[in-house]
Design a protein around this ligand. Structure first.
Ligand code: SF4
Length: 392
């Protein structure tokens, strides 16, 4: 049986670009070499994570520009044309992410850095899709000869972990990001992965997040690059490194069950560092106690996307910073299209976002898609205090 090869390469602590380039180059070489996946003259779309704008790389929210640049340089050295492209979470301005998170510097250096939200949308067929038969993406995705996701390894409050397969959701229009959450996000992500079939997956596991990821997790410096052509195996190995079995991670489990790659240890050949030598268990989302408040109920429906998750979480962190967490007990915040907890009285219910069906909206409903943080906080505290914006 041919095993899927996944490489793990360590960088020095707090690596500079040269360290990262060496690590990415070695990881790609160990995974078969770039010429196995990319041919001269091809357009190669490199897809980092730009979920939201952050200024400090150690916050570990988005893919390090240095990792994307390293992949771009390797692709260019193989005679192909690298295009770094992504669209941020629903309601987030990708140009703001580019400007504030280090990608503008790459543009200034001559790299092609594309905000997909500013490009033409197109429908891409999904012949084997379980949920979708076509998905709305962007012209540069359709025109690419090869796609290389460059995911950030983080815990995720809905997916358990976010890695290569989940990362590709950044290639969707906002409309379809929303549709994914409404129709069944795990299956839909796997539909999309199969439809665009990335050649090579590279994971930025230099600075990662544990606990309340993918935005508010606690940063963990792991100093690793993981790579391979089987995205299921790459994601499984990332999971093993941080103590998650593939069966715990719905997207990895689903992709393996559909035969799109392998997730069992005995079917994967790990090269470079061993999993055991770099192992560090990550705190699960539910183990992160920072915003756990007795008597406060937060309910996400299946339809809840990153926009509302991020808005609500950052609102709770705003309240923490402003010493307003005492207003939370007794309140239930509900988003997406969930069952409303029966025990909650109407006056204690705050419904958030356009996805909450009209008949389920409370008197304290917060409009918007995504809704505004100040409005969420004000709806929670009512006339007891004034909302303040603290988290940026
Ligand atoms: S209302 Fe919220 S959950 Fe619904 S699509 Fe908008 S941001 Fe996402």
């Amino acid at each position: 049986m041919n095993k899927s090869i996944v490489s793990i390469v360590k960088t020095p602590q707090n690596p500079i670009y040269e360290h990262i380039f060496s690590a990415v180059e070695r990881a790609v070489d160990l995974a078969g070499g770039i010429r196995e996946y990319v041919k001269p003259g091809q357009r190669v779309l490199i897809n980092p994570s730009w979920v939201t704008a952050v200024t400090r790389k150690e916050q570990a929210v988005i893919t390090l520009p240095e990792v994307s640049r390293a992949v771009a340089d390797i692709v260019k050295n193989a005679g192909a044309r690298p295009i770094i492209a992504e669209s941020s979470a629903i309601g987030i301005d990708s140009e703001k992410v580019i400007a504030e998170s280090g990608y503008q510097k790459l543009r200034n250096m001559g790299y092609e850095v594309v905000d997909l939200k500013n490009t033409e949308t197109v429908m891409i067929p999904v012949p084997n899709g379980k949920i979708f038969k076509e998905i709305q993406s962007f012209r540069p995705v359709q025109e690419a000869d090869a796609i290389i996701p460059v995911a950030k390894l983080k815990t995720h409050d809905q997916m358990e972990l976010t890695m290569s397969i989940k990362k590709l959701k950044g290639l969707l229009s906002d409309k379809y990001k929303r549709e994914f959450h409404q129709q069944g996000v795990f299956q839909a992500c796997v539909d999309w992965y199969e439809a665009i079939s990335p050649r090579l997956c590279v994971v930025d596991a230099v600075y990662c997040q544990e606990g309340l990821g993918p935005i508010f997790g606690k940063p963990v410096e792991m100093d690793l690059i993981v790579a391979g052509s089987d995205g299921v195996a790459v994601d499984a190995v990332c999971g093993f490194i941080v103590g998650f079995d593939p069966e715990e991670v719905p997207i990895t489990r689903e992709a393996a069950a559909r035969g799109l790659g392998v997730a069992k240890k005995e079917e994967i050949e790990v090269v470079g560092e061993s999993i055991e030598s770099v192992y560090r268990r990550f705190m699960r989302v539910l183990e992160d106690e920072r915003i756990k408040i007795e008597g406060f109920n937060l309910v996400y429906g299946d339809a809840t996307c990153t926009g509302c998750r991020m808005g609500i979480m950052s609102s709770l962190f705003d309240m923490k910073e402003a010493d307003q967490l005492m207003y939370l007990p007794g309140v239930a915040v509900v988003t997406g299209d969930p069952e409303i907890p029966e025990a909650v009285a109407q006056q204690d219910l705050v419904t958030v976002g356009r996805c909450v069906p009209r008949e389920k909206r409370s008197q304290r409903h917060v409009k918007g898609c995504p809704p505004n943080n100040l409005d969420i906080v004000q709806a929670i505290i009512g006339d007891r205090d004034r909302a303040e914006r603290r988290w940026e």
